[in-house]
Design a protein around this ligand. Structure first.
Ligand code: NAP
Length: 319
């Protein structure tokens, strides 16, 4: 008998077919314990596949037959991993396939905010380009500046590669571990957080959200940054204390921010961040290309099939 899989995001047709040849699929738009249909599907499900949602102990208690959760993401801060592990439920994720795309997004944010691309492109559209540009439209150079990378994991390394080889940038980094291959390859310097904040022109966050990283960047940390430095965040929104960020931008403690992630998503249209010219905000598009989203979905389907077949070789978070 086929296992039952609860799917809570759409899949490309070929991947849906692949999964349905292995499992009976019950599809929903979101995870909602308020719906009786959803709860009865969850009560029978062996597998769960989708992205986001709050997969906490209460949710897992509604799934007595669950054997594997396959998230279409590398981050899993929305999942109570301990609760899954206690129940022997595997958590599968999709690292690697999205690394380069997220690093590209971060480099795009670096360039967009420092060279003021969205703001100046908007000026043309508004008919404000009526003569030669004046210094108040000048941006700030990226090449040969110092990039401080917070979190030297897969994405941090891919970002360092772009910044060092593409833009001749100096690389500082902070993570729990010092990596001699990173030091050698990018002529990078491992340092503590304070030094990274004090010396970087671009502070780039590629950290996961954990109890240790929650609000790691707050008022004190902004006060250590250079007034002409930029904050780039594509890790998780809550690594940064957003109120402190807004305050730092208003007080001109820092020059600007490039943000892919926010404490609450979707970001409220009334957020002060959206009325600041020196903020480039994008709607969590780090991995959002056609190619990479397909690769992530494919990886998640393969992960779930492997986990439900007791044939896991990679991409398992907790076993
Ligand atoms: P990864 O390879 O696991 O790298 C995470 C890095 O963070 C590691 O270098 C790790 O240090 C460091 N780190 C973790 N906790 C730390 C702490 N308390 N203090 C200092 N450093 C710490 O993960 P990845 O694939 O690069 O992804 C990183 C994160 O990016 C994900 O967890 C996710 O939240 C986010 N992300 C966002 C998007 C997007 O669309 N914006 C897409 C993908 C991922 P060690 O090296 O010492 O272990």
């Amino acid at each position: 008998m086929k296992p039952t899989v609860l799917l809570y995001q759409s899949l490309p047709e070929a991947l849906y077919k692949k999964l349905s040849s292995f499992a009976d699929i019950k599809q929903f738009d979101t995870l909602s314990l308020d719906s009786n249909d959803f709860c009865s599907a969850l009560a029978n499900a062996s597998g769960l596949l989708g992205a986001g949602g709050n997969i906490d102990k209460n949710f897992i208690d509604h799934a007595p037959h669950l054997k594997a959760v396959s998230t279409v993401s590398v981050g899993y801060d929305n999942v109570d991993v301990n609760a899954l592990t206690k129940r022997n439920i595997k958590l599968m994720h999709t690292p690697t396939v999205l690394t380069d795309t997220v690093a590209d997004t971060m480099m795009a944010l670096v360039l967009a905010v420092s060279r003021r691309i969205p703001e100046l492109a908007d000026n043309i559209k508004q008919g404000l380009w009526v003569k030669g540009i004046t210094p108040d439209w000048y941006g700030t150079d990226v090449h040969h500046k110092t990039m401080g990378i917070l979190g030297m994991g897969r994405i941090g390394k891919a970002l360092a590669q772009r910044a060092y080889f593409g833009f001749n940038m100096n690389i500082l980094y902070h993570s729990r571990t010092e990596y001699t291959d990173v030091n050698d390859r990018f002529d990078a310097k491992y340092c503590d957080l304070d030094m990274l904040l004090q010396q970087s022109d671009f502070v780039c966050i590629t950290l996961p959200l954990t109890p240790e990283t929650h609000h790691l960047i707050s008022k004190n940390q902004f006060s250590m940054m250079k007034p002409d430095a930029y904050l780039i965040n594509a890790g998780r929104g809550a690594v940064v204390d957003e109120k402190a960020l807004i305050n730092a931008l208003e007080q001109k403690d820092i020059a600007g921010a490039g943000l892919d992630v926010f404490e609450t998503e979707p970001l409220s249209p009334s957020s002060p961040l959206l009325s600041m010219k020196n903020v480039v905000a994008v709607p969590h598009i780090g991995s959002a290309t056609k190619e990479t989203r397909y690769a992530m979905a494919e990886c998640a389907v393969d992960n779930l099939i492997a986990a439900l077949s007791d044939n896991v070789k990679e991409n398992c978070v907790n076993f």
